[in-house]
Design a protein around this ligand. Sequence first.
Ligand code: ADP
Ligand code: MG
Length: 700
Amino acid sequence: NPPTLKPIPVTAKEGVNPWTQRPYSKRYYEILEKRKNLPVFQHKEEFLKSVESNAVVVLQGETGCGKTTQIPQFLAEAGYAVNGKHIGCTQPRRVAAMSVARRVSDEMDVTLGTEVGYNIRFDDKTTPQTFLKYLTDGMLLREAQTDPELSRYSVIILDEAHERTLSTDILFGLMKEIMGRRKDLKLIVMSATLDAEKFQAYFDNAPLLQIPGRMHPVQVFYVSEPERDYLQAAIHTVVQIHTLEEPGDILLFLTGEEEIEDACNKITAEIEGYGTGLGDDEIPQAVVLPLYSSLPPNQQDRIFEDAPPPRRPGGKPGRKIIVATNIAETSLTIDGIVYVVDPGFSKQKVYNPRIRVESLLPSPISQASAKQRAGRAGRTRPGKCYRLYTEKAYNTELQPNTYPEILRSNLSSVVLQLVKIGIRDLVHFDYMDPPAPETLMRALEELNYLGALDDNGTLTELGGRMAEFPLDPQMSKFIMEGVKFNCSSEALSIVAMLNVPVVFMRPRDHAREADDAKNRFAHADGDHLTLLNVYHAWKLKEKEERNWAYNNFLNERNLRNADNVRGQLVRIMNRLRQPINSGDFASRDYYINIRKALTAGFFMQVAHLERSGHYLTVKDNQSVSPHPSTTITGRPVWLVYSEFVLTKKNFIRTITEIKPEWLLELAPTYYDMENFPPGETRTALEQLIKEREKSGRRKN
Ligand code: ADP
Ligand code: MG
């Protein structure tokens, strides 16, 4: 039976903003004209009717047709956000949530953070007034922990469903369960690709509304031979387009921050190297703009600014060149793009449950992704897409579709959240694509080792607390153990530093000085302690010495971020009534306690130095090397690590020396010799156990 809720449209006097009761600004009307031209605008009535008579509606429409910005507004105007009820619209990416919320508050002529807000991990820009909220899918999943019925929402929009991120996939199943109980809740599933039938089928044949696109043709070019160095080829192609092709902005897809910043610098340098040219040979102006997730918001917005003007009246118009991660594939639409350069890679999660390593790796994209990327060139007029791979590679090497993330992720964090929400049977949960049983087993096993789940898979008190932190379970365990070891304050600082991008800056032309600066903070026992030193030093100095961070080759913005993250973790601690404690700095045990707490969290990430001189990871026996960035100078026999970096050579990054007896004491189940694989690690631990027994007997 269709739900009975009949929303009452929000009305106001002509020229008055119904949300604020203030007259509309001039800018409101300017943007409104643009909004009216978006393809979704023609389907407003049809869409609202469909929502009124169905619990679930699937909406499919080309990227840029207005789904993310308009649909939530239609719903708000139709009255779905009255009586304190909210409209929530999820985004897989933080930047998209922020950017779209800013845009929509402009469109609605309200201040960001009041009626319209966003909520992403460690950044909540909402107030009690907020009724339209853009949030990451991960944050909505988190909200379900404290509000399992999502009771404050009248409508949930799962946007970018085609991306099939882990959190969105879990939310599909969760929404199905919740909607079984809450007949008044509406769900809109929005997708940019044509595989919408899959969503329809999953949601019991929900109706599909398709917004016809207005795409211009895009000519696709391939390279004839595989490119050995795609970055170099990409830069070259962009510069060629800029110097030879007709006006129109360029979008280049790369995989991550470092690569993008590097490419931006090189493109700018090459274009400047050409000079300005003269007459018909004039080289137009170019602004080269990066776009990636850790870019500060004010810089993110620059991608929406107009391209620069001609160098002289009547000259060739300037060009905007955007170098972006996958975020520009479907999450954000930049108008004016005519040329797309697609090297064929994006950073993707890969997970190997056998060796328990999850990594973000630049990997070949799918054909579906390649098509989306090409589509970005045909938004405003016919465009061109340069694929830096061969046509044969496209046809034979690229997968038709990207695998859902749930099939290539470590699930321990999500499993902990689901158990906390109250989902008991994880095997029979209604997954759109069920994860591999081995991956699910691994997750349950890890949570059991961490003490978050008991042997029956029931949430323990510790597990309940751990689930409150928006962190990897090993990190929240570290914090909780910090309380026991009288160092939760330090644990929070270290975790905060681990959750922001690297704070150490190392400009190529000042590498030596940068290394010297870093060494002044170095702690001989490990990088976690070095990070703590940096944080402490910055807190002490930031107020008394201007540019202290910069002068010490530290990234001030990331330090501030870490401080903000720490503040939020402190609030969670307070809510959980957990003490924030700290030992005597002069005591011998000060650092030992921190290292013990760290070990109690990360005992599944330990490497042992073998007689051959190589490190092997404990139990999984992967050959690894300490990352060159470490501040540890020697070769300690036992190391705990925060990150496994999968490359040709496997590195462990952010490492700290530990004592093997701590492993036996703090993680007896994991280090139970009964089921420990044979090898030097086991021999060493058995030796240690024997010695301890002997000395124990002597003492008695
Ligand atoms: P979809 O979700 O269907 O991909 P969006 O709702 O994100 O489409 O975008 C609709 C239109 O709004 C696009 O043409 C885009 O260029 C425009 N737009 C979105 N954000 C901004 C912004 N910050 N500044 C200017 N235009 C924007
Ligand atoms: Mg969108």
